[in-house]
Design a protein around this ligand. Structure first.
Ligand SMILES: [Cu+2]
Length: 279
């Protein structure tokens, strides 16, 4: 009983302790970082499902191998069998793996489809990769605007209490519980727009408009990085995302328009807008 209470206490404490940093990986944690979207939860359960399947298969093969090593060693089995075929067992070891793969394929395709098909979006944001920073373009009721998000130095990260190499001066701001579509492109080389807690990863390719989407269910600050080796500053291309309430987002959109709309556009993302690739 005492152990149960202690275990419950430890679980409770770690849950509370983990909550403060729920949006990013924690030291000594196991598994994937906490999910902030339904898609990321689906990725998590698929990951666990595969982990169980691969563990069972590995244990089965290990036990089989150990059995063969012991049972058919020279001392225990001096005259080996000359058998070369066994129809039943050959059918079994062909069909069973096929069935396992089909089972995995069904869940895998479900997940791929959910990630790939962009639902009706309430908001479209243009994301452009540059060597080496990201810029974000929004449509506000007052008009379009775009701004650059520059990485902070180590000292600035430390001063602001942000995780090292992940802080930025301006952030990608998203409203909570809203379907957001991202149109992703690049002005120079291939980058990759990735936020692990949201479960998307999409290449930013010069001359192409790729799209992905997300619907974040929890307010907070999230971090991502460029995930395609894009040059010497690749490590220094953080994506810092602030997810705020819908009201706060409206206020921010208004303020951000006044702040950024007058500035020269940092990238070719407006070309996408002009080409009608936004809504
Ligand atoms: Cu990059």
């Amino acid at each position: 009983m005492r152990w149960l209470v202690l275990a419950a206490l430890v679980c409770g404490l770690s849950a509370v302790g983990g909550h403060a940093f729920a949006e990013q990986p924690q030291d000594w944690a196991l598994g994937l970082q906490p999910a902030a979207t339904h898609i990321r939860e689906m990725i998590g359960s698929f990951h666990h499902e595969l982990l169980i399947i691969i563990t069972v298969i590995t244990l089965f093969v290990t036990v089989l191998l150990l059995y063969v090593i012991v049972r058919f060693r020279k001392a225990a089995n001096p005259t080996p069998s000359k058998r070369t075929h066994n129809t039943l067992i050959e059918i079994v070891w062909t069909v069973v793996p096929v069935l396992i793969l089909m089972f995995i394929a069904i869940d895998s395709f479900k997940l791929l489809y959910a990630e790939d098909v962009v639902p009706d979006a309430d908001l479209t944001i243009r994301v452009t990769g540059h060597q080496w920073n990201w810029s974000y373009g929004y449509d506000s009721p007052k008009g379009k605007f775009e701004f650059t998000s520059l990485p902070l130095s180590d000292d600035e990260d430390k001063a602001k209490g942000l995780p090292r190499l992940l802080g930025t001066d301006t952030q990608l701001v998203l409203p909570v519980n809203t379907t957001v579509r991202f149109i992703v492109t690049s002005t120079d080389v291939i980058h990759d727009f990735t936020v692990p807690a949201f479960g998307f990863k999409i290449d930013a390719v010069p001359g192409r408009a790729n799209e992905t989407w997300t619907k974040v269910e929890k307010e907070g600050t999230y971090y991502g990085q460029c995930s395609e080796l894009c040059g010497s500053g690749h490590y220094f291309m953080p994506i810092m995302v602030k997810v705020v309430s819908k009201e706060e987002f409206k206020k921010w959109l208004d303020k951000a328009h006044d702040e950024y709309a007058a500035l020269p556009t940092p990238s070719g993302a407006t070309q996408l807008a002009d080409a009608g690739l936004t809504r």
